[in-house]
Design a binder for this molecule. Structure first.
Ligand SMILES: [Zn+2]
Length: 334
């Protein structure tokens, strides 16, 4: 996307072409033994194969933010069931693959625009945000940057403050820079400590200001639309690893639940230090969301002692083993 033709950037492009057919399976060995925390992934939309592949790649914990399901919900009851599944069935399903599952709970920005429904959702949110394993209010923020989105963003910032929880902020695809600035300004206006706010879906245009103002900067490695992982390597090279975290935001769209380990492998190949990789693919997310008081690192080990014959309300999963279809052969995510 970048049109600057400075020599160093030009060389970087040449290097990308040389490496364009790197195969993930050939490079996964380079990160063997490393552990990863994906702080934004919508597992409800993913398969057991994905869980297995994530566990095999070293993902030990994840956060599933409440989000938009792809079509508008018609009543508050479906929000209740969805939130209940995030703290119930999905957590159980994850545990069956040895991955510790946490979630954030919130009214997503798109559905904030249905005000009649949004009011009802706001009423039930306090029933879920205090539950065990809920590590934040999220993902909330702006989509189209409408007055209704702002109203419910503000209301949920207050809820997060009251609950003492971190906030996971979704920034808009359109007018991203302005939307990101607005999200941060409103959070500060409500008296939130920027250290309790994770600004998500950053890019090269937003990262400087986010870090400069003391917020956490999350980056989504998502094919075709958000960030590619080669660009991510350059961001870490330029800004260092402090307060930066990488996630997949894998969901029902064309996305990659292995985005975090693949990016770690690419960073390793490109000479980023092991310590910097550990910070941006594990420790920073842990530190940010552990402020909820809901994350204990030793639980990551405990959940590994899985017994797949366990049941949740009488139901069991007993599947898995295959690799995901999308991008399974490439270390690159574009
Ligand atoms: Zn999301």
């Amino acid at each position: 996307m970048c049109l600057h033709q400075n020599p160093s950037h030009f060389e970087e492009n040449k290097e990308e072409i040389t490496h364009s057919n790197l195969v993930w399976n050939d490079y996964r060995e380079t990160i063997r033994g490393m552990v990863f925390f994906d702080p934004h992934v919508h597992m409800t939309s993913r398969t057991t194969d994905d869980y297995q592949a994530m566990a095999d790649a070293g993902i030990v914990a994840l956060i599933e933010p409440a989000f938009w399901l792809g079509q508008p919900r018609t009543g508050v009851a479906t929000f209740k069931d969805y939130f209940a599944s995030l703290v119930g069935w999905e957590r159980f399903r994850s545990s069956q693959f040895g991955i510790k599952h946490y979630c954030t709970i919130g009214l997503n920005s798109r559905e904030a625009n249905n005000e009649a429904l949004a009011e009802q959702v706001m009423e039930i949110l306090p029933l879920y945000v205090y539950k065990e394993g809920v590590v934040g209010v999220g993902e909330i923020g702006f989509d189209d940057q409408t007055p209704a989105e702002e109203k419910y963003y503000r209301a949920q910032l207050e809820l997060a403050k009251e609950a003492g929880l971190p906030v996971q902020v979704h920034t808009p695809h359109r007018d991203k820079k302005q939307g990101t600035e607005r999200s941060m300004a409103i959070a500060l206006e409500h008296g939130l400590d920027p250290g309790m706010v994770i600004i998500d879906h950053n890019n090269e245009e937003t990262v400087h200001s986010v870090l400069d103002q003391g917020f956490w900067a999350a980056f989504t490695i998502y094919p075709f639309t958000k960030m590619g992982n080669e660009r991510m390597v350059e961001v870490v090279r330029e800004y260092g690893p402090e307060r930066i975290m990488v996630n997949s935001a894998a969901d029902w769209g064309i996305s990659d639940p292995l985005a975090v380990p693949k990016t770690a492998a690419l960073m390793k190949m490109k000479g980023i230090s092991d310590e910097a990789i550990r910070l941006v693919t594990y420790q920073n997310a842990l530190d940010a969301f552990a402020q909820s008081g809901q994350i204990t690192e030793s639980d990551f080990e405990a959940v590994k002692n899985i017994d797949q014959s366990l049941k949740f309300n009488g139901n069991t999963i007993l599947r898995g083993g295959q690799q995901p279809r999308i991008d399974k052969d490439s270390i690159f995510i574009r």
